[in-house]
Ligand binder design. Structure first.
Ligand code: ATP
Ligand code: MG
Length: 244
């Protein structure tokens, strides 16, 4: 299998707090890998390190055999890593289509005309084409989540980092979004690294799951293996969510 992402001994501190502690793992091309862990376990910080928002204190991030740790965010985006945010941050006054066109112009270096048609394709893919002309502030929670995904896809990523794409969605929307994530990989060949709060939402879609607790990787493996690991169950004690 071809290596897509390799994280080696990655550490990030905020003052006295070590948010990500000596984390290592690999993701292969066209895998869908879940990242779970209790609140504050370092999941988003790990994405911020991979996407170049933060520089690691130590360790390395390799993307398709090139070291990217320390590179600026826009370079990493152009190399083929896109992300969505836990709390969607569209340009509220701009239309849905314009928001996605920015992704195409910024990440994929497309001409204006090409970026428009490409953005429309991405909107169609996530089911938002009918809303293309409305300002982004008119969208509800689930539509904003879909806009995030469309905007990330418009940059033509090879690796897509999804930060809790299902939060705030109702059960029907969750089912649709799970299917959509599968299709991002199946139809476009994009490798997906997916932070999820509710472990069972990953079941049947991901090939592997990585678990963080207090910044450390405590488990890695198939959904079945990880969800029955006593270390993982222990980390979740006191958390409201269901594991399996
Ligand atoms: N910029 C920052 N400055 C200081 N502390 C931070 C910063 N960003 C994150 N932290 C802290 O680092 C730890 C990990 O945070 P992070 O957001 O990565 O967790 P998470 O696993 O994504 O949590 P959640 O499930 O709530 O989204 C937390 O204790 C958080 O308060
Ligand atoms: Mg987070």
């Amino acid at each position: 299998m071809i290596g897509m992402l390799e994280v080696i001994g990655l550490t990030k501190r905020f003052g006295a707090l070590t948010a990500v502690k000596n984390v290592s793992f690999k993701i292969s091309e066209k895998e869908i890998v879940g990242l779970i862990g209790p609140n504050g376990s370092g999941k988003t910080t790990l994405f911020n390190l991979i996407s170049g928002f933060y520089k690691p204190d130590s360790g390395k991030v390799m993307f398709r055999d090139h070291e990217i740790s320390g590179l600026p965010q826009h370079k990493i985006c152009k190399m083929g890593i896109a992300r969505t945010y836990q709390i969607p941050r569209p340009f509220l006054e701009m239309s849905v289509l314009e928001n996605v066109m920015i992704g195409a112009l910024y990440g994929a270096d497309e001409s204006l005309g090409k970026s428009r048609s490409h953005a429309l394709e991405c909107l169609k893919f996530v089911g938002l084409e009918k809303k293309k002309d409305v300002p982004a502030h008119n969208l509800n929670v689930s539509e904003r989540k879909m806009l995030e995904i469309a905007r990330a896809l418009a940059t033509k990523p090879k690796l897509l980092l999804l930060d809790e794409p299902l939060s705030g969605l109702n059960p029907k929307e969750v089912a649709q979004a799970r299917e959509l994530i599968r299709r991002i990989r199946d139809d476009f060949g994009v490798t997906v690294f997916w932070i999820e709060h509710i472990m069972r939402a990953l079941r049947g879609v991901v090939e592997r799951v990585i678990v963080l607790n207090y910044g450390e990787k405590i488990a890695e493996g198939s959904f079945e293996v990880v969800s029955s690991s006593s270390k993982v169950i222990e980390a979740y004690l006191g958390e409201k969510w269901v594991i399996g």
